[in-house]
Write a protein that binds this ligand. Structure first.
Ligand code: SF4
Length: 282
């Protein structure tokens, strides 16, 4: 039986400008030189990484970087800690710095707070590349937490400055701020969530209400993918998370369903188009 699904892609989904900038930079060098080292996955999307690897992108770890000399290495949108810049100088590495301007601005603000002796707290994911770069601005003295419960065991100062990783949930950030104020702390809370994420959060709330089923396309490692998927699910319980078209099954749908496809700031439009094409064959 043919399902005849009526499928549309959210035109506001797809890469944010920070990811577009990094990928454009990588593709330009790949076209000229045939290969380029990139420190960590250029984007948290396996399908896009595979596409770029085929063009010559070589993903390396921080450990690998220690052994590389006299080469060009791309820094992705998440940014890096000062140690990476120092190592690059020592190893005569030319850094192609595609750190997102939004992340660089946040790194600067955190550095200024630390230099002004403020106690810095970062609401972010432990071990996430961006968070490592942010913490690095404070000589790794900033306290990172991803849940307020983690602060129970911390001797909190009366006064401190709060920042957020750029891709965290806005709602959660404000809940945390309120909770800390209610507990009597004097906090300077800076909402540093990227507007590319928080605006998409707002737009997706409206988008998902128009469909019987939602297919949310994202890499499993994407932080904003997790946040935005939760938003979709909250506003349309018939939302499925898939990384690519191979994860779709007919059982997810009813014949004639109106299906909306959307994704994270790290989801390429070409992948959502592939998902659409697959759904149209059901
Ligand atoms: S989500 Fe925002 S901060 Fe992160 S790369 Fe995109 S534009 Fe930059």
């Amino acid at each position: 039986m043919k399902y005849n699904l009526n499928v549309s892609i959210d035109q506001d989904s797809g890469f944010c400008f920070g990811v577009v900038y990094a990928i454009d930079m990588a593709e330009e060098i790949l076209a000229e030189e045939g290969y380029l080292y990139c420190l960590g996955d250029i984007v948290h999307n396996d399908e896009e990484v595979t596409r770029l690897k085929a063009k010559g992108l070589r993903i390396i770890s921080h450990e690998d970087l220690q052994g590389i000399r006299d080469e060009k290495v791309l820094i992705r949108a998440h940014g890096e800690a000062p140690e990476t810049y120092k190592l690059a100088l020592e190893n005569n590495i030319t850094l192609i710095d595609a750190s997102c301007p939004v992340v660089l601005k946040l790194q600067n603000r955190i550095k200024n707070s630390h230099d002004s002796q403020e106690k810095v707290f970062i609401f972010g994911k432990h071990g996430h590349a961006e968070v490592i770069g942010l913490q690095g601005q404070t000589n790794n003295e900033a306290i990172v937490f991803q849940d307020i419960a983690e602060l129970e065991d911390v001797d909190l100062p009366d006064k401190f400055t709060l920042y957020s990783q750029t891709t965290k949930s806005t709602a959660k950030f404000y809940q945390i701020k309120e909770e800390l104020i209610n507990r009597g702390h004097d906090i300077k809370a800076n909402d540093t969530i990227c507007r590319q994420v928080s605006n998409r959060d707002e737009e997706l709330r409206k988008f998902v209400k128009n469909y019987d089923r939602i297919v949310f396309v994202s890499g499993k490692k994407s932080s904003n993918g997790k946040v935005l998927f939760e938003v979709c699910l909250q506003h349309n319980p018939n939302t499925y998370f898939v990384s690519n078209e191979d994860e779709l099954t007919k059982e997810m749908f009813n014949p004639g369903d109106k299906v909306g496809i959307c994704g994270a700031t790290s989801t390429p439009m070409w992948l959502m188009s592939q998902v659409k094409k697959a759904l149209e064959t059901f």
